[in-house]
Design a protein around this ligand. Structure first.
Ligand SMILES: Cc1cc2nc3c(=O)[nH]c(=O)nc-3n(C[C@H](O)[C@H](O)[C@H](O)COP(=O)(O)O)c2cc1C
Length: 322
């Protein structure tokens, strides 16, 4: 007889899929616990970003992403999510066993195979339905999504993003913290951004953590970021009605749905928090969009690399026991 309650093995099976969820700097700051009927995700204080994310916005967005990944994974494992709630920097997903196991293999495959592609994209025609499909994948109540392929908007966003990255990288503490989350191919760490995913010459990529810490090549980094964003065939803007953790969490859930929809369309994607976090650049974008909602995420998409550079993940066991 199948059990009606969640077992440790059920939770491990769910986490085996959900652990591929993206997070800011790939910090994966999750502590997962469970009861007979629910999974709770709280934050691991050891992996919060004091300089990269002082307000906690990027981390709570990431928590929303991870929570949505659990919902997707649970469905594949035969559980339906009855409710999802956010409170005090934790999320609770209430799950019930379904009598017949629904197969959601395609979404699970998209989740486990997606990645951030920071290469310079080559031009591709975006089919007419793609922006609408991406927009429709956002479903949260207080969140709005814009998808544009407009050249002038792409140029303006590229300009603001590179300025924003310039501001962020001018902080030695920001750079130091980021460099500790850059993962070399020989690194044994299972957190952080793979330097291979930066798509810069290998020798520079291997030295990147040192360069980043010392602030070497910052001007080149700003220029490169501009070229990356100028190469986009389209951009997604996600904004929320307010700028508090409850809204950030909703944004995260939509972020994952949107990210998977971009994958489904066979396109590459990358994101930057620069315009959201640095200075008042978000106001320029909000004005451009004509909204009083607060900008929360910006994602570029287009025709990227065929080969994929994956960043590491911590194991399901480690998520449960940390
Ligand atoms: C909320 C959030 C903010 C992010 N901000 C940035 C960013 O500013 N710049 C960047 O290059 N990547 C950014 N990323 C991408 C993460 O670094 C990436 O998702 C993580 O390293 C995992 O790698 P993957 O997406 O290839 O699986 C962000 C991701 C999330 C979820």
């Amino acid at each position: 007889m199948p059990t009606q309650t969640l077992t440790r093995q059920d939770v491990l099976d769910i986490l085996e899929i959900a652990r591929f969820a993206p997070s800011v700097h790939n910090t994966q700051p999750w502590k997962v616990s469970w009861s007979d009927t629910s999974v709770t995700v709280s934050l691991d204080p050891e992996h919060l970003l004091s300089d990269g994310d002082p307000t906690g916005r990027e981390t709570i967005i990431s928590l929303g992403i991870f929570t949505e990944a659990i919902v997707i994974a649970a469905k594949k494992c035969g559980f339906e999510s009855k409710s999802v709630s956010y409170k005090d920097k934790s999320s609770v997903i209430v799950l019930t066993k379904k009598s017949s196991t629904p197969s959601d293999s395609q979404t699970v495959a998209l989740l486990t195979q997606r990645c951030t592609d920071r290469s310079i994209y080559t031009h591709t025609e975006i089919t007419a339905t793609t922006p609408e499909d991406i927009k429709k994948s956002g479903r949260e109540k207080d969140v709005s999504v814009w998808v544009t392929t407009d050249e002038a908007t792409i140029q303006k966003t590229a300009q603001l993003t590179s300025q924003g990255i310039g501001v962020a990288l001018s902080s030695p503490n920001f750079r130091k913290e980021l460099s500790s989350y850059l993962a070399e191919p020989w690194s044994r760490s299972n957190r952080g951004i793979s330097v291979n995913s930066l798509y810069i010459p290998k020798i520079i990529a291997y030295l990147e953590p040192i360069f980043m810490r010392l602030g070497i090549g910052l001007g080149a980094e700003v220029k490169l970021e501009k070229r990356r964003w100028l190469s986009a065939s389209g951009i997604v803007f996600i904004a929320a009605k307010g700028d508090m953790p409850e809204y950030w969490f909703q944004v995260g859930r939509d972020y994952l749905r949107i990210s998977l929809q971009i994958e489904r369309a066979g396109l590459s994607q990358a994101t930057s928090a620069a315009t959201v976090e640095a200075s008042n650049f978000h106001e320029d974008i909000e004005e451009m969009l004509g909204t009083d909602y607060r900008l929360q995420c910006v994602i570029r998409f287009g025709n990227g690399k065929k080969s994929r550079a994956y960043s590491p993940r911590i194991s399901a066991e480690a998520l449960l026991s940390t």
